[in-house]
Write a protein that binds this ligand. Structure first.
Ligand code: NAX
Ligand code: ADP
Ligand code: K
Length: 505
């Protein structure tokens, strides 16, 4: 008997495996179609490049390897330039790290670290600086650490009439705001020097620092929006997949909580959901959102409000068993006090709810996460996919939306197509999230995801919020799988959200 039993289980597991492989195959097929339809970016912003860099590391490529390749390709571009002097200006970030590698490959010249060794921000830059210090003892490479521009007056004097190469490894894609001192003065000095010495060749690493008039910029992987025309692109070993995978690079790019912020500035989320039949869904979404957002409100029907005496939420009651047209004005009024609305969890799909959703969205003009039943009741025939919307359909709900992949540019909204792998896309971006496991198929984990995305979307843009929500939700599930196997609940998932954020903060 037992033998038959085991054999039966074996057959079932195989069928499930077969289905999920097939299903997974479909997901990858859809992903490839989307990659074709959504034009690949030729130029990226510094912030987008930082995410790609970090996700290359997420895929297992060490940054120190990329730094080595970066320094090497810059060296290759300048090694044949006739010069009596080489001066490499380095910042304390990884752009400076590239500069250390350039100096090492050159095997000569003066490295000017703008800052102190102790201020070098990253392991890979520090390691390369240490190597330079070892080499400096042999005399070919000189190193100087400066605080203010006056400390390099002698260099500018010397370069007035020399054939020289100046390498700008001061600031790269980590640039933030207006150029601060001493970089500002140093950049101006180099620009002035170029005017009086035609034999001065200025090379920028990855990005021109400030308004430096470089003769050449070697930028890595893709042109940056802030590069000058004459920038050339060099591969340094970053694979295309780094642009398509959701990894910790996306989490690092989320808006940081400002220590001086006060209540409400870190997001206000209104959950509009629930019905007489489903009271748990909006609560799960609300609990998930409250892990991140400052304020969470729940607008729902009597049954849900009466069941909820949770101090974490501000409750807004509407009479009746289901949301309906008569509640639209009140809901719009309440929504004015919030940054984002999470719509649909536990709604049900009857006509009154359908009327509420369509009328509400027609008049509501802020951010919304549209999930579950709300996705099913929208009248897509006359519907605008606003960039203020994030949809979180699973496979079946996605079919309701009848998205025309041939008119993908119309899809300004961000869509999270949930499944074994989540595909996150809109008219301009597509990414795939691989965190998560089959333990997440339990009902309610989608409500957790919707609340999570709502909280992130309150203070970030749609696409990064959707990517990070999917990543965090899945990763929380992966932590639970290690602890409990598949037997975890949506409430366990919610409790794990802070752990995931802590790991990647
Ligand atoms: N992250 C990676 O995986 C790789 C990064 N690479 C290099 O690293 C660079 C990015 O490095 P980081 O992210 O560390 O940052 P950066 O090195 O570009 O700049 C950060 C440094 O500049 C300072 N800074 C920023 N804005 C400033 C301003 N307005 N005025 C004055 N100082 C300012 C910061 O305080 C910090 O010390 C890329 O441009 C590229 O050159 C390469 O090594 C390739 C691999
Ligand atoms: N087999 C699976 N493997 C990995 N993640 C999954 C799997 N099934 C669902 N998920 C994840 O679970 C979450 C919610 O899935 P969903 O189908 O929306 O649940 P719900 O029925 O609660 O809406 C999503 O983050 C999705 O990525
Ligand atoms: K630079």
């Amino acid at each position: 008997m037992l033998k038959h039993y085991i054999c039966l289980i074996y057959i079932i597991i195989n069928i499930v495996e077969e289905f999920s492989i097939k299903f997974c195959g479909e997901i990858m097929e859809l992903f490839n179609i989307l990659k074709e339809k959504i034009k690949e970016k030729e130029v990226v912003t510094p912030k987008e490049m930082a995410i790609i860099d970090d996700n290359a590391e997420f895929l297992g490529i060490p940054k120190i390897l990329l730094m080595e390749n970066a320094g090497k390709v810059v060296y290759e571009e300048i090694k044949d330039i006739e010069a009596e002097e080489y001066v490499i200006f380095c910042g304390t970030g990884n752009n400076g790290g590239d500069g250390f590698v350039v100096a090492r490959h050159l095997g000569k010249g003066e490295v000017v670290l703008i800052g102190k060794e102790g201020e070098i921000k990253t392991y890979e830059a520090r390691e390369n600086f240490k190597i330079l210090k070892n080499l400096a003892e042999f005399g070919n490479i000189k190193i100087r650490e400066i605080r203010i521009a006056e400390e390099v007056e002698d260099i500018f004097e010397r370069l007035k009439d020399k054939k020289a190469v100046v390498v700008d490894a001061m600031i790269g894609t980590g640039v933030k705001g207006e150029l601060r001192e001493p970089f500002k003065t140093i950049v101006n000095k180099i620009n002035e020097l170029k005017k009086i010495n035609k034999d001065l060749f200025v090379v920028s690493v990855d990005v021109e620092t400030g308004n430096l008039e470089s003769d050449l910029t070697i930028t890595f992987y893709k042109r940056k929006t802030i590069n000058k025309e004459n920038a050339i692109v060099k591969e340094i070993g970053i694979p295309k997949e780094a642009e398509y995978v959701v990894g910790w690079g996306d989490l690092k790019a989320l808006r940081k909580r400002d220590s001086r912020s006060h209540k409400g500035q870190n997001g206000k989320v209104l959950i509009i959901g629930g019905s007489r039949d489903f009271f748990g869904a909006p609560i799960l979404a609300g609990l998930a959102a409250s892990k991140i957002a400052d304020l969470v409100g729940i607008l729902s029907v009597d049954d849900v409000v009466d069941k909820l005496n949770n101090p974490e939420f501000i409750m807004y009651r509407v009479e009746g068993d289901y949301l309906s047209s008569k509640h639209v004005d009140y809901a719009l009024d309440v929504a004015k006090k919030y940054d984002v609305v999470v719509l649909g969890n536990g709604f049900g799909v009857n006509d009154e709810t359908k009327a509420f959703v369509n009328e509400f969205l027609l008049k509501y003009d802020k951010k919304a996460v549209i999930d579950a039943d709300a996705i099913k009741v929208i009248d897509y025939n006359n519907f605008k996919f606003s960039e203020n919307y994030v949809f979180t359909p699973h496979r079946k709900e996605f079919e309701y939306m009848n998205i025309d992949l041939n008119n993908i540019e119309e899809i300004k909204s961000t869509i999270v197509l949930k499944g074994k792998y989540d595909i996150i896309f809109n008219a301009n971006n597509v990414k795939i999230n691989k965190t998560g496991n089959a333990g997440l198929t339990k009902g309610g984990t989608g409500d957790v995801l919707a609340g999570l995305i709502g909280a992130l979307f309150a203070v970030n843009d749609a696409f990064i919020s959707a990517c990070c929500g999917a990543f965090i939700n899945g990763y929380a599930g992966d932590l639970l799988l290690k602890e409990k196997g598949y037997c975890f609940t949506p409430l366990d998932l919610i409790e794990k959200i802070p752990n995931v954020l802590k790991i990647f903060e």
